[in-house]
Design a protein around this ligand. Structure first.
Ligand SMILES: Nc1ncnc2c1ncn2[C@@H]1O[C@H](COP(=O)(O)OP(=O)(O)OP(=O)(O)O)[C@@H](O)[C@H]1O
Ligand code: SF4
Ligand SMILES: [Mg+2]
Length: 385
């Protein structure tokens, strides 16, 4: 029997045309494209949190925008509850949009400063003709705010964004996403712009909402400790493609793709007093306009083999049930890289332990002890990807 999925993405592509300068258009140069999402396939199950991780510019946000159809795909399929919504238009697209919502990275930008909280949260209700009277809409908006832990809602309904803290703004954005009781949410780095002291509260709220309403999420983060805390499964993106996918614990504890391994060992451990030297991933991310032939990771991969990796597209190999790796040597890499194994595990365990301690420390808990937060912010700035 086919596996039950809410979202099923198949061979999805998004190429952005590169604007040609005047000279090159006279010279009739070949049109160029940014291969932001380049043949990506994955699915999201009912009530599941599926997380995309990867370096800046690898195509995470574009994938999220395609799934909510804020962006039109170049090619491929996005099945939502069995129906392909990739190229919907007009009335059908509007109907689909009612069921999906996106929470953005920056609550300072995503809320209109001229709208009150009530106007913000009730806007999607008006667009989709939900609630006949202003009282009905106020009631629905209040319920969404209270579900987002802004209680009592009456205290917030008539405030403007500048009268709210960053965390409260992100809760308003979550309430707005919840107002229409969506069947699927894309949360794009929902805590990365927030002070470390309030991240835990927002992450816990998203987890509670998943528990309460069974809403599946596509979650996007560059922080692997957050990914581990939040996700059921992880997809590792590199230069527009998924190079490794599988259950969170399998990816973190038993990474096979050289890029995942490099990503894990380059992660800053969220403790300023813990100073293992981070390994930088060799070289720079190649241009998404001129994608390397063969394996995209070839120019940076310590295990690359000439004549194979630089010429042939790697296959997708199932290294253990449900754990897929796109590499010519998928099954051999861990043995070739034993030294890194224990280091990765130690770092990730420590990172996650610290994160869990924060989560336990309550609503507005600190990531480490309160007096260390300043150091941590500086540490994060220094060590971000
Ligand atoms: N509207 C656009 N027009 C042209 N290129 C774009 C557009 N949007 C994104 N891109 C390019 O597509 C690639 C993927 O961008 P995307 O924002 O999806 O990456 P990301 O993984 O979310 O990065 P980050 O972690 O920095 O948010 C980048 O090279 C980016 O410059
Ligand atoms: S296919 Fe080759 S270059 Fe690509 S990740 Fe595997 S070993 Fe490295
Ligand atoms: Mg992004």
């Amino acid at each position: 029997m086919a596996e039950k999925t809410v979202v099923n993405v198949k061979n999805l592509k998004k190429y952005f045309p590169v604007r040609a300068g005047l000279m090159s258009s006279f010279a009739k140069e070949e049109k160029k494209f940014v291969h932001a999402v380049d043949d990506v396939s994955f699915n999201i199950r009912p009530g599941e949190i599926y997380t995309l991780v990867g370096e800046s510019g690898c195509g995470k946000t574009t994938t999220g925008r395609l799934l909510t159809r804020l962006e039109d795909p170049t090619d491929g399929h996005i099945y939502f509850r069995g129906k392909d919504i990739a190229f919907l238009k007009g009335k059908n697209l509007k109907e689909f949009r009612r069921n999906v919502q996106m929470i953005f990275q920056d609550p300072y930008e995503s809320l209109n400063p001229r709208l009150t909280v009530f106007a913000t949260v009730s806007e999607p209700l008006i667009v989709h003709h939900v609630g006949d009277t202003i009282d009905e809409r106020e009631d629905l908006a209040a319920k969404a705010l209270e579900a987002s832990e802004l209680k009592p809602a009456t205290e917030y309904l008539h405030r403007y964004p500048h009268e709210l803290s960053g965390g409260q703004r992100q809760r308003v954005a979550i309430a707005r996403a919840l107002a229409l009781r969506p069947e699927f949410i894309v949360a794009d780095e929902p805590v990365s712009m927030l002070d470390v002291s309030i991240r835990a509260g927002i992450l816990n709220l998203l987890l509670e909402l998943r528990e309460k309403y069974g809403i599946p999420y596509l979650f996007i983060t560059h922080d692997l400790s957050v990914a581990r805390y939040m996700s059921d499964r992880i997809g590792v993106m590199y230069l527009g493609t998924l190079v490794e996918t599988g259950e969170t614990e399998k990816i973190i504890k038993n990474p096979h793709h050289p890029y995942t391994r490099a990503l894990l060992s380059s992660v800053p451990v969220p403790d300023p007093y813990y100073k293992r030297e981070r390994k930088k991933i060799k070289g720079d991310l190649p241009s998404p306009i001129d994608i390397p032939k063969g394996c995209r990771f070839y120019p940076r991969c310590p295990f690359a083999q000439k004549g194979i990796c630089d010429t042939k597209k790697p296959p997708i190999v199932e290294v253990e049930p449900g754990h897929m790796v796109m590499c010519h040597f998928a099954k051999d890499i861990p043995a070739m890289d034993e030294a890194m194994e224990s280091e990765i595990e130690e770092d990730v365990e420590l990172g996650e332990k610290l994160l869990r301690e924060t989560m336990k420390s309550g609503e507005e808990g600190m990531l480490v002890k309160e007096e260390k937060v300043e150091d941590l912010e500086q540490y994060e700035r220094e060590t971000a990807f």
